[in-house]
Design a protein around this ligand. Structure first.
Ligand code: ZN
Ligand code: ZN
Length: 282
């Protein structure tokens, strides 16, 4: 499988607008790999885009990607869905105000996400209704697994109360990749599907030291309900036997630069921190 991490940032991009901290100032000067846009990835084998952060159009334009055949969402939080209008940017024929049909994107979504698509609205109502009417997308809902060409995708729900977040497992030719960029607690580590992956793409969770403002997370901080700590995430990766781990969804608040992450990679085997445009072959 040939993967590209389009956006390695989290719910806040780096540089954070107007922020003058060291990490943001350096990112503003140096650009990629120091700067980071919102969380999204692309699987070349099947022309699959996963998640649409606000910067997704720019991400695609900075890549060598020529087609988006399929789109999946891990969940519909704004940092993963704000750029959904990219389907219109890609497919709109300005002469007819409908789609070039050969550019229509197949929305591959678990039933639970399909049902919630209508919650995303513009002043005219649910944007999905408009996109369907104009043929920018067609919806292909599925329950647990879906096969696209020779790639089998399994959706594993993480129950987050008000909404369900999905972890996806991709299998092709005996290779396995897990994509779990956000809100993955409790991680379903007891399931067979997540064992012994060749690659685990996951968020690192909370860093507890060297944060901005010298902030210390209290034991009952709300972020601990959705996030593991970095150490806990490393333990999960080890317990499920992930052969390689790539960390994504890197928050500005972790107060760590590209160089800091490179230094951390040297201290642990089998891990890397993603950067925008990173290519991974599995
Ligand atoms: Zn900053
Ligand atoms: Zn997120």
């Amino acid at each position: 499988m040939k993967w590209k991490i389009l956006g390695s940032g989290g719910c806040q991009v780096i540089p954070k607008p107007l922020c003058s901290c060291t990490v943001c100032t350096q990112a503003r000067t140096k650009g990629v790999p120091y700067s980071r846009t919102g969380p999204s990835a692309y699987l070349h084998d099947i022309g699959l885009l996963i998640d649409t952060p606000a910067e997704v159009s720019t991400q695609l334009n900075h890549s060598n990607i020529a087609r988006v055949d399929h789109l999946m969402f891990t969940h519909l939080d704004p940092d993963h869905s704000e750029g959904f209008r990219v389907v219109e940017q890609i497919a709109l024929d300005f002469r007819t105000w409908s789609a070039y049909l050969e550019k229509r994107i197949s929305l591959i979504v678990p039933d639970k996400i399909a049902k919630r698509l209508s919650h995303m609205k513009s002043q005219y109502g649910p944007i999905i209704d408009y996109y369907l009417e104009k043929d920018f997308v067609k919806i292909t809902p599925f329950r647990d697994t879906v096969q696209i060409k020779d790639v089998r995708i399994t959706a594993i729900p993480v129950d987050r109360g008000s909404q369900t977040v999905f972890i996806y497992v991709f299998e092709k030719s005996g290779r396995k990749v897990i994509y779990a960029p956000c809100d993955l607690k409790p991680f379903p580590e007891h399931l067979n599907e997540v064992q012994n992956a060749d690659l685990l793409i996951i968020q690192p969770g909370i860093f507890e030291t060297r944060l901005k403002h010298d902030f210390i997370y209290s034991d009952d901080h709300i972020s601990r309900t959705t996030l593991y700590t970095f150490e806990q995430t490393m333990e999960i990766a080890k317990r499920i036997g992930a052969k390689k781990t790539v960390f994504v969804h890197l928050e500005e608040y972790w107060n760590r630069s590209y160089d800091d992450y490179r230094a951390l990679e040297q201290k642990h085997s089998g891990i890397s921190f993603a950067y925008d445009g990173m290519q991974i072959e599995v």
